[in-house]
Design a protein around this ligand. Structure first.
Ligand code: NDP
Ligand code: MG
Length: 384
């Protein structure tokens, strides 16, 4: 058989469940080898019974017996805990690892998968933000390809297919602007969690939805793009495009700009990453020009949405600064979701940590681990 055997890390999330829809629609192309969740064991069990993977991993060890009871009799191996996730990606039978878990937790399993020579379909952008130099260096060394799942980076990838020998002059990342586009700082003081969780164009996990509202998501994507496509900070532009139809653009050295377009639906970039170099016939809804008499573009408001500027600063500074930015943001978003801080406090916490945590110019893996830990402690200290 010529099926691609896929491990999905974070199969119960927004990206994970959509990846399973893609696999279900193309059973001749893909088979599921591994599924994983953090604590949603009911959905993990249901997915395993449907897709019959070789193994599953439940992050939270308290759920181990429940999952084991349900799946062992079906000949599905069950593992638990953080280390199990990093170990299971090395299984011989895996061709491609889709990293669809959220935040810093993706770093270790991604490193182990690359070390084991697996192709990566990367949704977990935080991993590249934290340790882009280390990850891309390792991938080069091992001859491993990293296929972007993020819609903007998939768009850029789709624009450069067939042009890998042509240098990129710059890329233009599009941003929807989120639910608070056009609002002033004053208006943002009082916005609620419920308002921030309502994204105009995309239905995603909670963390990335808040990141979209603060523009940190675009900031993380700027850093992600730098590492995926080998760019300098000056080669990455951001333009607000509220309709989310153009998913991003590439400008080449002759001045020509290529864009990739379509209705906002993550299944397309997920499928493109999994099926590359092929495009699979699919029934995704088609874009219709008559429904969109105008596609509009505006400058991002970095004074109001500080996070985007902080991300550019972190990228220019390099070293462990993006790791600090990411860890502070993860803590701040989690605390905002618990109603412990306000919306504007998120970027204040990030900026504070960037000023306070020791800078390391060329961090080792251990340095990243320590920076992440220290930043989390510092962020909670400020919040308290
Ligand atoms: P979700 O929160 O919907 O899903 C996260 C998944 O990871 C779940 O399966 C969850 O398990 C698991 N998980 C959570 N925490 C841990 C942990 N500490 N260790 C192991 N597994 C964990 O996130 P999304 O699907 O929205 O996002 C996933 C990644 O993809 C993020 O990095 C995001 O930035 C990126 N992305 C997402 C897009 C989207 O449309 N959603 C678009 C572009 C990028 P459980 O269900 O048990 O909690
Ligand atoms: Mg994106």
């Amino acid at each position: 058989e010529n099926k691609k055997n896929i491990a999905i890390l974070g199969s119960t999330g927004s990206i994970g469940t959509q990846a399973l829809e893609v696999i279900e629609a193309h059973p001749e192309q893909f088979a599921v080898e591994v599924l994983s969740a953090q604590s949603n064991c009911d959905l993990l069990i249901e997915q395993a019974l449907t897709f019959k993977p070789n193994a599953v991993v439940i992050g939270n060890e308290a759920h181990y017996y429940k999952v084991f009871e349900a799946l062992d009799k079906h000949d599905i191996k069950v593992y638990a805990g953080e280390n199990a996730l990093a170990a299971v990606v090395e299984m011989d039978t895996i061709d491609l690892v889709l990293t669809a878990l959220v935040g810093y937790s993706g770093l270790k399993p991604t490193i182990r998968a690359i070390e084991a020579g697996k192709s990566i379909a990367l949704a977990n952008k935080e991993t590249l933000v934290v340790a882009g130099e280390l990850i891309t260096g390792l991938a080069r060394e091992k001859g491993v390809n990293i296929y972007p799942v993020d819609s903007e980076h998939s768009a850029i990838f789709q624009c450069i297919v067939g042009e890998f020998h042509n240098p990129i002059e710059k890329i233009i990342l599009t941003a929807s602007g989120g639910p608070f586009r056009g609002k002033s700082k004053r208006e943002l003081e009082s916005v609620t969690k419920a308002q921030a969780l309502k994204h105009p164009n995309w239905d995603m996990g909670a963390k990335i939805t808040i990141d979209s509202a603060t523009l940190m998501n675009k900031g993380l994507e700027v850093i992600e793009a730098k590492w995926l496509f080998g760019l300098k900070a000056e080669q990455v532009d951001v333009v607000v495009h509220p309709q989310s139809i153009i998913h991003s653009m590439v400008q080449f050295e002759d001045g020509s700009i290529k864009a990739q377009m379509g209705l906002p639906d993550m299944k397309l970039p997920i499928q493109f990453a999994m099926a590359y170099p092929n495009r699979l016939k699919s029934a995704f809804p088609r874009f219709n020009f008559a429904d969109y008499p105008a596609l509009t573009f505006e400058k991002p408001d970095m004074d109001t949405f500080r996070n985007l500027e902080l991300a550019f600063d972190a990228l220019k500074k390099g070293g462990n600064m993006p790791c600090i930015l990411n860890a502070a943001n993860e803590v701040a978003v989690a605390e905002f979701l618990k109603d412990r801080i306000g919306f504007l406090d998120i970027s204040n916490v990030v900026e504070h940590c960037m000023n306070k945590i020791d800078f390391i110019n060329v961090p080792s893996y251990e340095d990243y681990v320590n920076t992440d830990k220290e930043t989390r402690i510092k962020a909670l200290e400020i919040i308290d």
